[in-house]
Design a protein around this ligand. Structure first.
Ligand code: NAD
Ligand code: MG
Length: 385
């Protein structure tokens, strides 16, 4: 029986993770759940999963939880980043699922790495902003890191477990191209948040949905792959594959290509990582090969997707530039969702911030977090000017 912490339990990845846990009460029990704005949903999850600990963002949210809690279950209520980090290090936690969105998930994921936990990482921003520091902590403290992002999970499934890089030529990360793949480039200026959040294949949180539409999500995933699999930028290729059936591929030096295929449902990668190295069943639909008429592939057009170009540039520059990329994107995406800026201004904002901000050397998580805040403030000022 494994005891699981789910950070970001009220989100899309949280939902999928808890759905699998609910199907396997003999294998998993929930130790802790965290929420941010949806305290009421956390109360519902408490009644269902009986966590020993819940984590909410503020003292007010704690009082709200107490007021709403009519479940007869009384978990310990912890608050804020300290509550998350403490929980990540608790002896009772075997598996820590990091599914908070954005840089807000960094400190708790790092705490789990330092405690040597089995970490199921959905939060790609951790590797984008602090890849080197995080991977060093994983190695130094004997943590086990398993990727939940479907592309990385696919690559992980295709690589041999011993000497994974020995005969590897490159990885090929697939991308759907998002909801605007067939829009004219001129029309992109007028697309709305509702259109951007309607992903053709996946149902996800709003921030990652916008990132998929700009393809910054793929850019973040390229950087994520670099750190996870210890690759050079030249070993990472992106290809558009609109059907999202092949979740990514690995090419070896003899020209062999291995791919992982499946229905686009996050319960597949999550269940693989939860049970690794075993496999378990879950409620996602099985893939029906006979229903498949064709698989298309095409190179990404960087005029349509300038964010992907910016991500490759930031990756080549280093960890500071990646933090600028990520933090300015988070602010710009929020600005777009709030109706403050146009869709096309997301890329323009990131590009401006990358050219304006000189990234310092970042040698600790605290330095990354301080710099991240600085970039956010500068991006807010830029958008307000
Ligand atoms: P979501 O918006 O549905 O959920 C986000 C979760 O994070 C919620 O539980 C929310 O309460 C919590 N949260 C938000 N802001 C917080 C803060 N400041 N402090 C603490 N908690 C906070 O997002 P999602 O789609 O589930 O994505 C979560 C992460 O997983 C992201 O990093 C995303 O890139 C990654 N991811 C998601 C998918 C997917 O299919 N949804 C796929 C691959 C990777
Ligand atoms: Mg992905």
């Amino acid at each position: 029986m494994k005891s699981v912490v789910v950070f970001g339990a009220t989100g899309s990845i949280g939902d999928s993770t808890l759905d699998i846990i609910a199907s396997h009460p003999d294998r998993y029990k929930v130790y802790a759940l965290s929420a941010f704005s949806r305290v009421e949903k956390l109360v519902g999850l408490t009644a269902k999963f009986l966590p020993a600990v819940v984590i909410v963002p503020t003292q007010e949210a704690k009082e709200e939880f107490i007021r709403l809690n009519n479940t007869g279950v009384f978990p310990e209520i912890r608050v804020g980043q300290d509550g998350l980090c403490k929980t990540a290090q608790d002896e009772q936690a075997d598996i820590v699922v990091c599914a908070i969105v954005g840089a807000a998930g960094l400190a708790s994921a790092y705490a789990a790495a330092k405690a040597g936990k089995t970490i199921l990482l959905a939060n790609k921003e951790v590797l984008v902003t602090a890849g080197e520091l995080f991977m060093n902590a994983v190695r130094a403290h004997g943590a086990t890191l398993l990727p939940l992002d479907s592309e990385h999970n696919a690559i992980f499934q295709c690589l041999p477990s011993q000497n994974p890089k020995q005969h590897l030529e490159k990885i090929i990360v697939t991308a759907s191209g998002g909801p605007f793949r067939q829009f004219s480039v001129d029309a992109l200026e007028h697309v709305t948040p509702e259109q951007a959040c309607k992903h053709p294949n996946w149902s996800m949180g709003r921030k990652i949905s916008v990132d998929s539409a700009t393809m910054l999500n793929k850019g973040l995933e390229v950087i994520e792959a670099k750190w996870l699999f210890d690759l050079s930028p030249e070993q990472i290729e992106v290809v558009i594959h609109p059907q999202s059936i092949i979740h990514s591929m690995v090419q070896f030096i003899d020209g062999s290509l291995l791919a992982q295929l499946g229905h686009h449902d996050m319960r597949i990668p999550i269940s693989y990582s939860l049970a690794y190295p075993e496999r378990i069943t879950h409620n996602a639909a099985k893939f029906d090969l006979s229903a498949l008429s064709q698989l298309d592939f095409m190179p990404p057009d960087l005029t349509r997707y300038p964010c992907l170009r910016l991500a490759f540039e930031a990756m080549k520059e280093g960890i500071g530039a990646c933090t600028v990329l990520n933090a300015s994107n988070e602010i710009a995406v929020q600005g777009f969702l709030d109706g403050q800026i146009k869709f096309t201004q997301i890329a323009q904002t990131i590009e401006s911030m990358l050219s304006k901000i000189q990234a310092p050397t970042l040698s600790s998580i605290d330095e990354v977090l301080v710099f991240d805040q600085e970039v956010r403030a500068k991006t807010q000022d830029y958008l307000a000017s």
